[in-house]
Design a protein around this ligand. Structure first.
Ligand code: S3P
Length: 437
């Protein structure tokens, strides 16, 4: 993780105004990948220019794909000159995925089916994250991957080869693992099927359909028939609801706030954060927009409202794992106790997010109790500002910035640079909303 800048954040003006939420990170990764594999140029409108997405972009550049960025009326746009399913060239060097788990896991599937050798590595956080979950199904397809730590951690060395189709039952709902298998399946002759234990983000499937790839969903079974080339196209990337979540919570807990978040992707597999905040009493209105893409998009209006504690578990928790750090801040402000359960996966995200949030919140004087699979937080309206450690985790940093707006004396954040992983414009947008006005 780059940089270790410290920043102190204190400001208690109500948030007012309207902002355009930057592009969705998950969709941007997939748009770059599928555009590079398509025949001919694709335009990716509203892509997210963040460090994670740049890792995916760089990977394809090193495999011979020409990619340029431009701006269309202030909206960032990528032009990717895809060379078809057979068009990638062997990378001359190790591919550095930076902090991006999505880049590493999706590329593991994709590269395993390419006729060349490649090595994937990442920063210190990514090299600690479990990779066996993606290597297992790919090996069942005939993939040849080697990794350190008993075959579980990057660097990963991939000897690409012709893979065979499988039917794979996912043991955990993971969009990264299912996408890795489906991407590998693009070059496999025959039908590759993934069976999901429950719904998780479905951007890969939606984008397969947009590109006209031979894909079928029957109940929990997702099948792709590989081998056929597909043409480049224009993709519109909606705003990232995981980024919007920081403002949904800030707007709910900072007294007097009233803000509008425009162009937010509200795909039902991503919108659990809205349901959780509404369950807590948040005042959020949603107005759907007309779009040309295959993803639902809305403008969200949020007004400050008193929140109350609730229990978040099961499918609701699974679908809001990325929003856990900022939901902890909502819980810390809510009346009563909020319990997050069935979220053990949080321990192997960009950091151990249960530990990181528990330690920051208890420093701020908020009562927390941790469990192996979650945390309980008892709301408290009086917070003291503290020095916060982020472990280079972008979502921990942004959550503690928002908390600092209400903590006495403000929070000091040890690493603000990590925010560029997913949301480079976060501070600018936040400061724009805090102007007295
Ligand atoms: C992502 C999938 C999720 C999510 C991550 C992005 C994706 O991870 O937490 O931030 O883009 O596919 P899992 O696949 O581990 O659930």
């Amino acid at each position: 993780m780059s940089g270790d800048t410290q920043s102190s954040v204190t400001k208690i003006n109500p948030l007012r105004g309207e902002i355009l939420i930057p592009g969705d990170k998950s969709i941007t990764h997939r748009a770059i990948i599928l555009s590079a594999l398509a025949q001919g140029p694709s335009r990716i409108l509203g892509y997210l220019p963040s460090e994670d997405c740049e890792a995916t972009l760089r990977a394809f550049k090193t495999m011979g794909i020409r990619i340029s960025s431009e701006s269309e009326g202030g909206i960032p746009c990528l032009v990717v000159h895809g060379k078809g399913l057979q068009g990638l060239a062997e990378p001359e060097n190790v591919i550095d995925c930076g902090n991006s788990g999505t880049t590493m896991r999706l590329m593991t599937g994709l590269l395993s089916a390419q006729p060349f050798f490649s090595v994937l590595t990442g920063d210190a956080s990514l090299r600690l994250r479990p990779m066996a979950r993606v290597m297992k199904p790919i090996r069942e397809m005939g993939g040849e991957i080697h990794a350190r730590a008993n075959g579980n951690k990057a660097p990963l060395a991939i000897s690409g080869t012709a893979l065979s189709p499988i039917e794979y039952k996912l043991p955990i709902a993971s969009a990264q693992v299912k996408s890795a298998i489906l991407l590998a399946g693009l070059r496999v002759s025959g039908t590759t099927t993934v069976i999901e234990p429950g719904p998780c983000r479905d951007h890969t499937e939606r984008m397969f359909q947009s590109f006209g790839i031979s894909f079928k969903k029957e109940g929990n079974a997702l099948s792709v028939s590989g081998g056929a080339d597909f043409a480049g196209r224009t993709i519109e990337v909606p705003g990232d609801i995981s980024s919007a979540a920081f403002f949904l919570v800030a707007g709910s807990i900072i007294p007097g706030s009233e803000i509008k978040l425009c162009n937010v992707g509200v795909n039902p597999t991503r919108a659990a954060v809205l349901n959780i905040l509404k369950k807590m009493g948040a005042d959020i209105d949603l107005a759907l927009r007309k779009t040309t893409g295959n993803e639902p998009v809305a403008d969200l209006k949020v007004r400050a409202a008193p929140l109350k504690g609730c229990v978040v578990e099961g499918a609701l928790m699974t679908a809001a794992l990325d929003e856990f750090p900022i939901l902890c801040i909502a819980a810390a402000r809510a009346e009563g106790r909020t319990v997050f359960r069935e979220a053990a996966e949080l321990r192997v995200k960009e950091s151990d997010r249960i530990e990181m949030m528990a330690s920051a919140l208890s420093g701020m004087g908020i009562a927390v109790e941790t469990f192996p699979d979650g945390m309980a937080i008892t709301g408290n309206p009086k917070w003291k500002g503290v020095f916060c450690k982020t472990a280079g985790d972008h979502r921990i940093a942004m959550s503690l910035v928002i908390a600092g707006l209400l903590a006495e004396g403000g929070n000091q954040i040890d690493d603000m640079a990590c925010i560029k992983t997913s949301f480079p414009d976060f501070m600018n947008l936040l400061l724009g909303l805090t102007k007295p006005g």
